[in-house]
Ligand binder design. Sequence first.
Ligand SMILES: Nc1nc2c(ncn2[C@@H]2O[C@H](COP(=O)(O)OP(=O)(O)OP(=O)(O)O)[C@@H](O)[C@H]2O)c(=O)[nH]1
Ligand SMILES: [Mg+2]
Length: 294
Amino acid sequence: MPRARAVVSLLKKEERAGFMGLGDYEDSYEQDLKKRITRIQNELESAEKDDESLRALRHRKGFSLISLAGYTNAGKSTLFNAIVNESVEAKNMLFTTLVPMTRALDLGGRKALLTDTVGFIEDLPHWLVDAFKSTLDEIFLSDLILLVVDASEKPETILQKLSTSHDTLWDRIQGVPIITVLNKADLVDESEFDAIMEHVGYMAPNPVFVSAKKGTGMDALKAEIMKHLPPWCFCSLSLPNSEKGMSILSWLYEEGIVHRVEFGQQILVDYEARTEIINRAHALLEPQEAQRSE
Ligand SMILES: Nc1nc2c(ncn2[C@@H]2O[C@H](COP(=O)(O)OP(=O)(O)OP(=O)(O)O)[C@@H](O)[C@H]2O)c(=O)[nH]1
Ligand SMILES: [Mg+2]
């Protein structure tokens, strides 16, 4: 926040020509930058407040975190709304109140937090880059990044933006998978598709074409998301047929996908969940109670 505030005051001071050595400043660009700074300030403010609680909740609850990243105007917010409208929202309303641009979704039984972020802008002055970078933390914490690109731009521009986005993300994400989403497919015709694929092929081998505005390509995108979520493991567990066993079972229903339950002297349950959930379920049982096979 103090940094963002300094950024605003710096900008105010420097509103005259010659700012950043770029000569005359166009009004619209200046306005755009100011609006962006206000948004970054808001993001910083909410990020500071929510970061810890979000991270803690996410880990405790076994959520996967998916972030929308990309240049400004690529259509991230439109895509965010399209995905949210098409998906079942997870019942955990806590997240919606905690973080305005994050929604808890239920993707075929897998719970995910989808977060919209502020877009990259070209030629950010270096002192602003620092302030901006902290808003990227949301992206760096992700399990999966949807890198949204405006496919209606020239193939050269698409490639250049993809490349800059990768450079920005690469150092910090350490192997987090990136799905390239070529948005605004409704503005692209057949021959342009081919030109885009030729240009971006090596950088984005399996891009998904969507139109966030028209809602097309969403099934393919969801399938791609499911494919890239952190792996879950199958596990069979034998629980005591007791109050404790029942409460672990209901916890498993909440945290994972329960495929089969058989009630007898023991409760036999086949389920699927993140490894940390499987380990916790196991740890909740006394050694003699647990019989696990994976
Ligand atoms: N034709 C078309 N326009 C789209 C599509 N998706 C988004 N747009 C338009 O593109 C513009 C930018 O969309 P946003 O969703 O605000 O873009 P953003 O990436 O969130 O931008 P920032 O928040 O500034 O980073 C808006 O005018 C949208 O209506 C699409 O699939 N097709
Ligand atoms: Mg947006």
